[in-house]
Design a protein around this ligand. Structure first.
Ligand code: UD1
Ligand code: MG
Length: 470
């Protein structure tokens, strides 16, 4: 656990993240902060950034709309929650935290749950500036080509921040201001809690605006400081799905750049989708339109074929995934080949050097090292021994309509094409199954099993038939 007192500023830092709003402009039944960009929900990104400046016990997330889902999403982080039962604005949301936090001195950083690109470094700078100056609050500003929707920053005569005026309340001249409020503040705790109750909903939206704190603190004889962050991309607030897509693109671009600088070749990087937590080893190649998601870890010298989707899976070194393959929750060991058009789902292990070919599906299967299933097979709930050969069209019949059953195939067994293996069933080591067999009884090691009708040949039959017809 990180120390509760920040080593740089030597003060307790509480972070409050506002995540109670519905996000009307998303036109969604899901709370805005649960929408995903770069593979994580918006609020998870903000919690991640906050974790860079304080420990989880000092992060308070304000929840409201779909609060239970937000809680669940963040459950593993260890943050605290405060409920805002009615959503009456950002100032009202911070007021909801007063009882829980006002006894703690130090600094209070307020972040909005819809600002996911914020970096830890910017947050650190904010905190350091606040701690080293004598302002009551320090906030971040940035300049936007199109500031529509954002609060605008108004400066006083001495260069201090005099007020923040919201879009809806701004005059024509104020709307022309391009310096905006991205909604990232660091307050002196005691002054925040002393004055937060003075916010009034005296604006066209009848909301309690947190941004009014600037004027309130000024009137009380304090000052508000600001510093401009040149990279406005980092401060993008997400209010619509258009902005969600823009944020997603920024996350994706960042990730592929980071991977490429770490030695991964990414062909047509603008086409691939790689989640933030994914790891890929050096000299691996990612082909166009691949999607690599969740907690996937890929070794060195791998190739991920065009259009493949890999989710929450682990790939060893030199694994080759051929195009248009879908892999989820599986582990593929070094040197294995999978695809094209293969599907692996629900807990598979493919041993080193294994070959899974086109139109092969694996489900909950341990596929031995060096084994092969090169074409058109379904292997479910099964164990395939090392170096076994599974012929084209082999099907494990794992489901009897009620229960799932296991198929066990021994090392070096040879299963002929189009075999139907009715589980539960065991096929011994080194045994042979004749092509086209339906196997319902165990096959001992080194045996040959045939489970099909004998072929009948009638010489000259065609001519006789013809004669009959005349
Ligand atoms: C806010 C700022 C605006 C700034 C912009 C930056 C205010 C009054 N305005 O506007 O100056 O330029 O962000 O993106 O603060 N929330 C709650 N409870 C509520 C209302 C909101 O928890 O009662 C949460 C929302 O879930 C959201 C965040 O606060 O995560 C911001 O709310 P939002 O409605 O998006 O504010 P903006 O209109 O974007
Ligand atoms: Mg917003």
């Amino acid at each position: 656990m990180k120390p509760p007192v920040n080593v740089v500023v030597n003060r307790v830092i509480n972070v409050v993240i506002l995540a109670a709003g519905l996000g009307t402009r998303m036109k969604s039944k899901h709370a805005k902060v649960l929408h995903r960009a770069g593979g994580l929900s918006l609020v998870e990104h903000v919690v991640q950034a906050a974790s860079g400046i304080t420990d989880a016990a000092h992060i308070t997330v304000v929840i409201g709309h779909q609060g239970e889902q937000v809680k669940q999403r963040l459950a593993s982080t260890g943050v605290r929650f405060v409920e805002q039962t009615e959503q009456k604005g950002t100032g009202h949301a911070v007021m909801a935290c007063r009882a829980a936090l006002e006894s703690e001195d130090g600094l209070v950083v307020v972040l909005y749950g819809d600002c996911p690109l914020l970096s830890e470094n910017t947050l650190r700078e904010l905190v350091n500036r606040q701690a080293s100056g004598d302002a009551a609050v320090t906030l971040i500003t940035t300049r936007l080509e199109d500031p529509t929707g954002y609060g605008r920053i108004l400066f006083g005569k001495r260069g201090e921040v005099a007020a923040i005026v919201e879009q809806k309340a701004a005059s024509k001249e104020q709307l022309a201001i391009q310096l905006v409020n991205p909604g990232i503040y660091c307050f002196r705790a005691e002054l925040l809690w002393k004055h937060i109750g003075e916010i009034r909903p005296d604006n066209p939206a009848h909301e309690y605006y947190l941004t009014d704190m600037v004027e309130i603190l000024n009137k009380a004889g304090h000052t508000a400081a600001a510093f401009e962050v040149p990279d406005s991309a980092e401060l993008l607030g997400i209010n619509t799905r258009v902005e969600l897509a823009a944020a997603d693109k920024i996350f994706r671009d960042r990730k592929v750049r980071e991977l490429m600088l770490d030695g991964v070749t990414i062909e047509r990087p603008e086409t691939v989708t790689i989640d933030g937590q994914v790891r890929i080893g050096a000299d691996s190649i990612v082909e166009p339109f691949a999607r690599i998601l969740g907690r996937t870890a890929i070794g060195a010298d791998c190739r991920i074929g065009a259009g493949s989707i890999i989710e929450n899976s682990e790939l060893g070194d030199a694994v080759h995934i051929l195009p248009l393959t879908s892999i989820a929750d599986s582990r593929i060991e070094a040197g294995a080949h999978v695809g094209p058009f293969a599907r692996l789902r629900n807990g598979n292990l493919v041993g080193a050097g294994g070959h899974i070919g086109n139109f092969v599906e694996l489900k909950n299967t341990q596929f031995g090292a060096g084994a092969k299933a090169s074409h058109l097979a379904y292997l479910g709930d099964s164990e395939i021994g090392e170096q076994a050969n599974i012929g084209a069209g082999t099907i494990t019949c794992n489901y009897d309509g009620v229960k799932k059953h296991r198929t066990r195939i021994g090392k070096k067994a040879f299963v002929g094409s189009n075999s139907t293996l009715v589980a539960p069933i065991e096929i011994g080591e080194g045994s042979y199954i004749g092509a086209g067999s339906v196997i319902t009884k165990p096959v001992p090691a080194a045996a040959l099993a045939l489970g099909r009708a004998h072929q009948v040949v009638k010489e000259g039959w065609a001519a006789k038939k013809k004669k009959k017809a005349e």
